[in-house]
Design a protein. Sequence first.
Length: 255
Amino acid sequence: MQAPAVQLDISSLIQLRESELEEARNLQLSLLPNAPLCVAGTEFCSRFRAAAAVGGDFLDYFTLADNRIGIYLGDVVGKGLSAAMYAALTVGTLRGIHKTGCPPMTVLSTLNRRLRTRTVAGRYSAVQYAVYDPETRELLYANAGLPRPIHFSGDTCSEVGQGGLPSGLFDEAQYDQYSVTLAPGDAVLFLTDGLIEAHDPEREEFGPARVMKICREYVNSSSEALLTRLFSAVDEFSGNASPQDDITAALLRAT
């Protein structure tokens, strides 16, 4: 007897795909802040925009036991539900480390070592971790593969530190630590590479030079005004090009 023909239900496959994407979006949103930071002498604002396909950006801030502020953000390679799940693994591992109060370079080294014990083929994560002391206004920072933060001071802005290797990619990865002391009014901008790598219809990238130009123009503007301008500038540059990656930016300011 001939087996009955199996008909491919395209609508069911589409519904399944949409359901998976919705799960990924919900998972990703759970990895972003759900309340503003309320610490005297400190202003922190952030902006997130998802790509058309779900990516793997994450961001959070929190108060440590010694009243310092911990900040991390990151970007997982890839898109979809699997990227969101790896982002959740990275964030869960980070949250288990930062509670120890270790310096940022140690946090990233420990994160890399633990992710290497749970390797997922084709997955790794670019991460930044910083600790800010509102009393001394000292920011300690380490980087695992994201664009360098930008320090605003007076009428100038400059990049801080170096890039470093992404977390979960190499066993031997080591991370340097950088220190910046903020004067009242100074700020530090953190961002994922989705902003820098946004491209126009001719595939030209937005690039770090355009980011720095906007930062210099808005060095004395409010935090919200700067973030608004960055995102609108990317929209103007990209035109009708579909976004290929999430965009996340956060600004810490000593008030």
